[in-house]
Write a new protein. Structure first.
Length: 214
C-alpha cells in the first residue's frame, strides 16, 4: 500500500490515488465497506511509524523523506489484486497482504529504534536498517503491526473472533518474515527492495487465503 501524500512524489501520489479507487471499487463489488477502511488503517499507521523517532532515524541516515511510484506499486499491487479478486477468492488474501506490509512497515520503521540486528544468514551483528537482518525488538514490532490489522478487522466485522484477529496478526508476521528472508538475497544482489516488498505482500496474501477462511 502507499504512504501519505506528503511523503510521495507526484507519480507515487497518482498511483496511490488509483489504488485507493480500485480498493473502493472492490468494496462496491463485494457489497460491504471493508477494504478501504483497512487501507486507511495501514495508511495512518504507516505515516505514524515513519515519523516516529524522526530525529534518531535522521541521525542514522535511515529516514526516507519521499517515496516513489515503485515503492507504492511494490507495497500495494498484491493487495489491490487480491481485493479485486475477492468475489472469487474471498477476503482473506487481501487482509493477509495488508497485514504483511503493515507488519513489515512496523519492523523496518520501529525496529531500527531498538535492539541489535543480526544477519539471518550468519547470525552476526549487522547494521540497523540492513536487509536480511532482524532484531528481537523489530520482531516484536512486526507482530504488533500485523495485530493492528487484526484488531481493525475485528472492529469492522462482527463475525470475526478475537482468535481470528490474532491469526491475522500471525499471517502478517509471516509475510514480514518472508521479507526478511528475501532481504538476505537482496543484500547479495539478487532482487531489490521492490521485489522484496512484493514477496512480503504475496506471502501474506497466500497465508491469508490459506488460513483465514474468510
Amino acid at each position: 500500500m502507499a504512504t501519505n501524500a506528503a511523503m510521495l512524489d507526484k507519480l507515487g501520489l497518482s498511483l496511490a490515488l488509483i489504488m485507493g479507487a480500485a480498493v473502493l471499487l472492490a468494496d462496491w463489488r463485494v457489497g460491504q465497506f471493508l477494504f478501504f477502511p483497512i487501507f486507511l488503517v495501514f495508511l495512518i499507521a504507516s505515516v505514524t511509524v515513519t515519523r516516529f523517532g524522526y530525529s534518531k532515524k535522521r541521525e542514522m541516515g535511515l529516514y526516507e523523506h519521499e517515496r516513489s511510484w515503485e515503492n507504492v506499486l511494490a507495497n500495494g499491487i498484491v493487495a489491490v489484486i487480491a481485493a479485486l479478486l475477492a468475489p472469487t477468492i474471498g477476503i482473506g488474501a487481501y487482509i493477509g497482504a495488508v497485514a504483511a506490509v503493515t507488519a513489515d512497515k512496523f519492523a523496518s520503521e520501529l525496529g531500527v529504534l531498538g535492539g541489535t540486528p543480526h544477519s539471518l544468514l550468519t547470525w552476526k551483528p549487522g547494521k540497523k536498517g540492513e536487509s536480511g537482518c532482524v532484531s528481537a525488538f523489530g520482531t516484536l514490532m512486526s507482530l504488533d503491526g500485523g495485530l493492528l490489522i487484526g484488531v481493525a478487522v475485528l472492529a469492522l466485522m462482527p463475525t470475526i473472533t478475537p482468535w481470528k484477529a490474532i491469526l491475522i496478526g500471525l499471517v502478517g508476521f509471516g509475510g514480514s518474515a518472508a521479507d526478511s528472508i528475501a532481504g538476505v538475497l537482496e543484500e547479495r544482489g539478487i532482487g531489490n527492495k521492490a521485489t522484496t516488498n512484493i514477496i512480503c505482500s504475496a506471502v501474506g496474501a497466500l497465508l491469508g487465503w490459506a488460513f483465514l477462511g474468510i
